[in-house]
Design a protein around this ligand. Structure first.
Ligand SMILES: C[S@@+](CC[C@H](N)C(=O)[O-])C[C@H]1O[C@@H](n2cnc3c(N)ncnc32)[C@H](O)[C@@H]1O
Length: 253
């Protein structure tokens, strides 16, 4: 696409799971030239998405930090997104290219969707797909997600216990995301289903602080937000052997 066609374009820019080397070539080139970047950020402190983008930014771009309480479980923050969408549309109307920084892929549980709903049809907006944490966690765990005709379910941990159990029954493999304070509940469901020994825990995949372990070695009722569980009913997607896979702490490279 030419620079003229990109005038005023708003990009939902997928940046991958954390390692800046997993930013795509297309996302990196948009980061180099965008006049404006916007990103979700906690009320105080650094934005994870901006940290991923940092090595690719030339400096001097205008920045719109979309600050909100990320930890209270309430979403979407209507007033925050209304204000951010208005600021982004004003930049777009002025002919500026805007890169909205998104961890992972913007259309896979990404908060960018709340902005997309406000922007689409009112200004030019496109997505740049990113490497999702789902794929990064499978690599970290050394555990292919699916094979043959397996059905893979992606299950948000905040769902009620009975709903998680029902969803697990209906698939061969599952990724359980957004663990946080729901880890204890999810462990109970997996225990009842006889799947504890077929589940791996991955935290902060691709970052220097990455951790990977069998769920049976993971204690406590809660986990950091950037973590997920990977389950396969055959233990290994490609065979009937018992679970292998990698175990590491702080070993991302
Ligand atoms: C709101 S979703 C965003 C997903 C993101 N758009 C993607 O494509 O990966 C946040 C959840 O993604 C998972 N996640 C994101 N990054 C991760 C990482 N580096 N390691 C482990 N899990 C991660 C966690 O389960 C977290 O609770």
């Amino acid at each position: 696409m030419s620079a003229k066609q990109d005038s005023g374009m708003v990009w939902g820019l997928g940046l991958g799971p954390g390692d800046p080397d997993l930013v795509t070539i297309k996302a990196a080139s948009i980061l180099k030239r965008a006049a404006v970047i916007a990103y979700p950020a906690p009320e105080e402190g650094d934005s994870f998405a901006r940290m991923i983008a940092a090595p690719h930014l030339p400096g001097g771009q205008k920045e719109i930090a979309i600050r909100m309480n990320l930890g209270d479980g309430a979403f979407p923050k209507e007033d925050v997104y209304d204000r951010a969408a208005a600021a982004i549309m004003a930049e777009s109307a002025a002919g500026h290219e805007v890169a909205v920084l998104c961890e992972g892929d913007p259309f896979f549980y990404g908060s960018f969707q709340y902005l997309y709903g406000r922007l689409a049809g009112r200004c030019p907006v496109r997505i740049v797909p990113g490497v999702s944490s789902l794929m990064a966690c499978a690599d970290a765990a050394g555990m292919p997600l699916t094979a043959r005709n397996d059905v893979l379910s992606v299950i948000p941990a905040p769902l009620p216990e009975a709903e998680i159990a029902r969803r697990l029954e209906d698939c061969e493999a599952a990724a359980i995301m957004k663990l946080g304070r729901h880890l204890g509940k999810v462990r109970r469901v997996l225990q009842a289903a006889g799947l504890i020994d077929r589940t791996r825990y991955v935290e902060r995949a691709t970052l220097g602080s990455e951790k990977v372990m069998a769920l049976s070695e993971m204690h406590g009722e809660s986990a950091p937000y950037f973590s997920m569980l990977l389950v396969h009913k055959r233990a290994e997607a490609w065979s009937n052997r018992s679970m292998g896979g990698k175990t590491s702490q702080g070993g991302a490279s």
